[in-house]
Design a protein. Sequence first.
Lengths: 349, 349
Amino acid sequence: MSLLQRTVDAVERLPDAVIEEADARQARLTKPLGSMGMLEDIASQLCGIAGTCPAPVPQHPAIAVFAGDHGVHAQRVTPWPQEVTLQMVASMAAGGAVVNAIARQVGATVTVVDVGLASAPAPAPMLRERNVARGTADLAEGPAMTRAQAVAALEVGIDIARELVGEGADLLVTGDMGIANTTASAALVAALTRSEAAEVTGRGTGIDDAMLARKTAVIEKALCRLERSDPLAVLCEVGGLEHAALAGFLLGGAAERVPVVLDGVIAVSAALVASALCPRAADYWIAGHVSVEPGARAALDHLGIAPLLDLGLRLGEGSGAALAVPLVQSAARILAEVATFDGAGVTRA
Amino acid sequence: MSLLQRTVDAVERLPDAVIEEADARQARLTKPLGSMGMLEDIASQLCGIAGTCPAPVPQHPAIAVFAGDHGVHAQRVTPWPQEVTLQMVASMAAGGAVVNAIARQVGATVTVVDVGLASAPAPAPMLRERNVARGTADLAEGPAMTRAQAVAALEVGIDIARELVGEGADLLVTGDMGIANTTASAALVAALTRSEAAEVTGRGTGIDDAMLARKTAVIEKALCRLERSDPLAVLCEVGGLEHAALAGFLLGGAAERVPVVLDGVIAVSAALVASALCPRAADYWIAGHVSVEPGARAALDHLGIAPLLDLGLRLGEGSGAALAVPLVQSAARILAEVATFDGAGVTRA
């Protein structure tokens, strides 16, 4: 049996009894029930994932940035040159990118994974070389990946999740780097949420009207040839190598019983693939934020996951998910550490 | 000249030149301009407050929880007994409340200030005894405070801001505790934003329809006797001692050139008072979140400050503001630490 199939099979339903115990504990804490809003739901989810109430507070968040290049770059869907993917990978490996700054603030590690860069990056301690292909083919012209490539990239993501958990990570955080990857993301979202391309295609890093029209047209055309009911086929046709790896990472985290914080539109489009392959895996995911890319909201709505942050972010790299890490930790900490009415001698309403 | 007047006079306009320098630096960082959304504005604001670009990353956040009781409790506007204010103060001083758990997560100190408790709390290291009055009078029957009490409580807030900054705090965070204080907050918001009581009165800790109707009627009646153009008179008539102290804390932070993170409806209603006394002080404030209380959104809109978080919170204590601390720190850190296009050898779009 393949690693992918074994991973899907290993994802367990969250135990109802533990979640009920968490909800009951929440009601005994010295605060009005419901007054911590979304953090109360996150706390119960973390208990379900940990299989115990209260859940331990995640202390070792690990961000994995999956990097890949995109053949669709040739369609002029972005003003950024393709070499920027490699340049930004080098900058991340040197600690100079936005995700590194946030990671230092929240105490997270950053691991950069070359799963699909067009050129090999210089070796660096933070970088893991797992290249499956030197970029995808142009999704405007035909399938972006072969099925073998997509599965290999999925398994890279599974492996990275397992490695990071093996190294002590107790909270996984998705990141991505890939010039033109919002095009692939919008195509995945349109295909898997059955939306129109125009509804879910956005300006990415900030493109003008003419470029947006071209980007939308490229996606519309690609959607025509899709068999939308086969998620792996959709991934091969219009996805990126980092999308495949992210989907694997999301499944790998769930199989390891570790929560995964989703970043923006790249991550949530990959989550649509992963959830189509294994619906119960979504119980292990937390939406760090909702990006301004329209596909992000569409994907989260489809997944039924509410985002923690909405700060007008559209960077990627894992930046929005990393910013949400202290919220997740606080949610766990409140359930674990706050006094109960009985314990603190506080009168109930 | 009074401490209040000296503090108002000490609040300086943010220097345009430093803010422009911050905006220009933001444009040189290796990311699409605008891609970090609200955090880019916060970063520029922090530079303006610090008077230097990049601003130092705040490393010593300090939460001040101002506690007071309310005569309007007699009108049955809340199901919680009044003694819960004192009980929760004791729990906070012992580290057992939600705000303490979040403070531990984000590395903030918690200082609890008795500015208006109905009974004296037991001494504790985290607690500062600055009682101005043993609770307010019932705002349904007449002025909640005398002018002397309101000014004394404002000056307690100023003093606490100065003390905390003197002890090393470089980011102040507002907190509050006071059973029935959403009633006073809604009255302040209605009066100072010229809204109807029904628009800005909410369910606080979670009250039923009958109690909400009574609460709204109490506020409507009190609003009839107000001279809305005098913010200090409004504060005396319908505010709380903790609202007065919070208003002073907000002015004191601004006078000390330290940013202040606002919590929910109690803090933002106090901010309306402080901003009416000194409009330029609002440049020093950051809205940590928007509470589900309708008055919170109305007050923030009136102040023109966009909230960082919107998590469905309605606890108070400073919990929502404390959760936003890592976002503020990350905003500063990104501007200070991320590589520039030239420095990192990344090609521009």
